[in-house]
Design a protein around this ligand. Structure first.
Ligand SMILES: [Zn+2]
Length: 257
């Protein structure tokens, strides 16, 4: 993928993020660009457990759930991620995600852009043991540390590529412990008929737990979900501002105009 392809690939993805309101022929809403530091300060103020609205907004089965379930799963999945962070760090005697990756024989690479143009990703895990961290996004984010107020909120504790790597490592951990780990064993019954039934995993649980895992390993004091705004901002401040508004609304927070 070239730089130009990556830029254009971004647009339909961002469209998808806000596509809930419309179908074909609908015009994307425009958002006022907000200062990055202000947005991050507001988002860092939302406790990790209160991100359930946003965390489930990308879940295909979300329409079947209510907020009591979402909140319950949010708490359980975060706890699961944190528990496995402690377990894995104890097992390998390190809290450094790069050392962990090495000890777990992961094949980690740092290409500039994803190979395929169908989705925009900042990092990805592929079974059995491949992790890619896309450096164009990381470098753009690193430059944004110089924007007013950003470092104060994100702190020097944040190393973007380590955070992304930690998140992806959890997906490998999930595979290793799939018979017992909460994010894989918890299922929802989609239908049952006599002795027949169809149970499904809930994708959001693994994503939430990966955030809990990454937060525990990196020691940052805020939810890693705010990285979505931070990383998108490097490509489109307007899309990032729209994403911020959505996150604030889903967390029941007031937005200052
Ligand atoms: Zn993930």
């Amino acid at each position: 993928m070239t730089k130009e392809e990556f830029q254009t690939a971004f647009k339909p993805i961002a469209d998808g993020l806000f596509g809930k309101q419309g179908g074909r022929g609908y015009e994307r809403p425009h958002f006022d660009v907000r200062p990055l530091g202000d947005m991050l300060a507001d988002l860092a103020d939302i406790p990790p457990e209160e991100w359930y609205g946003y965390a489930f907004s990308r879940e295909p089965l979300n329409g079947k759930f209510d907020d009591v379930q979402r909140r319950g799963w949010m708490e359980q999945s975060l706890a699961c991620g944190r528990e496995y962070a402690t377990k894995i760090c104890d097992k390998y005697q390190t809290k450094d995600p790069r050392e962990l990756a090495k000890a777990m024989s992961m094949d980690v690479s740092f290409p500039e852009f994803p190979e395929k143009t169908d989705r925009v990703l900042f990092a990805e895990f592929r079974v059995p043991n491949k992790i890619c961290i896309y450096m164009d996004a990381v470098k753009k984010a690193e430059k944004l540390f110089e924007s007013p107020g950003v470092l104060e909120v994100l702190t020097r504790e944040l190393d973007v590529s380590r955070l992304l790597l930690s998140h992806e490592l959890f997906h490998w951990v999930e595979e290793q412990y799939h018979e017992e780990i909460f994010t894989k064993t918890e299922k929802i019954r989609l239908w049952s008929l006599g002795f027949l039934h169809n149970d499904s995993n809930i994708i959001a649980l693994g994503e939430i737990a990966a955030m809990g895992f990454a937060q525990e390993i990196t020691g940052i004091g805020y939810s890693p979900y705010l990285m979505d705004v931070f990383l998108v901002y490097g490509y489109s401040p307007e899309e990032a501002s729209g994403l911020y508004e959505e996150m604030m609304e889903l967390a029941g927070r007031k937005i200052e105009l």
